[in-house]
Design a protein. Structure first.
Length: 236
């Protein structure tokens, strides 16, 4: 009940914030439309485009709320209530997850109309989007709490997110790059979401099968969730 109460508050206060709308919804959809217009056969790009949408939607939403609360010093209102650090981070991560699922499904629904082949497993695809949304929501929370000046959070997010688009195989396959670059790709959290979606949508993979990809996404999700709790404890 505590987590749900925080979630309701987050959705009501931050859903229509400029950062959530611009970077969380408009950018992913416009980015997807740009590829739809440019390429006729986008089947091989669909997993990457959905992954990018999830990445930007979740991180933008949760960071917008944390930036606002840190600047106005309203985080203390949550801390004086009978809720734990873990419950606060969980509530914010779940709200970001809901937003990420919405944007991910919207992106996928747009892409389906231009794909030549049907989705291999819709249920598995939705499960992967959910897991990825939680993981990158936790990542956004952690980064928003460790950056000393909240004004610089969006800058750091873009410094990390934009290279992720190219080091994860979301746009260009990692198999096209030198072998040493594969190590960079495997160290990128987005790679595992892209590969998991590639297996669930297209029924094939390029650098990691379905099970290792899902496990990799789960490990990164748990890691960032724990780091988010620790960052919140250090900050307050």
């Amino acid at each position: 009940m505590k987590v749900l109460a925080i979630m309701r508050k987050e959705m009501k206060e931050y859903l229509l914030k400029p950062g959530s709308i611009s970077w969380g919804l408009v950018f992913p959809l416009v980015f997807t439309l740009a590829f739809v217009v440019r390429f006729g056969d986008i089947d091989h790009l669909a997993p990457g485009l959905v992954s990018i949408s999830v990445l930007f939607a979740t991180t933008s939403f949760v960071s917008s709320s944390i930036i606002f609360e840190r600047r106005l010093r309203t985080f203390e209102r949550l801390l004086i209530t009978p809720v734990s650090y873990g419950e606060i981070v969980l509530a914010k991560a779940l709200v970001g997850t809901v937003f990420g699922i919405f944007v991910g499904i919207t992106t996928l629904a747009l892409l389906v109309h231009f794909m030549l082949y049907p989705i291999h497993s819709l249920l598995l695809t939705l499960a992967v989007i959910t897991l990825g949304s939680f993981g990158f929501s936790s990542f956004g929370i952690w980064l928003s709490l460790v950056v000393e000046n909240p004004i610089n959070v969006m800058t750091w997010l873009n410094i990390i997110r934009l290279p992720m688009m190219f080091t994860s195989g979301a746009i260009a396959s990692l198999t096209l790059f030198p072998r040493w670059f594969l190590a960079v790709g495997l160290a990128t959290p987005l790679t595992y979401l892209v590969e998991a979606l590639r297996s669930s949508i297209l029924d094939y993979y390029e650098v990691a099968p379905l099970v290792p990809s899902v496990l990799g996404t789960a490990v990164f999700s748990a890691l960032f969730f724990v780091l988010g709790i620790r960052a919140l404890k250090r900050l307050y």
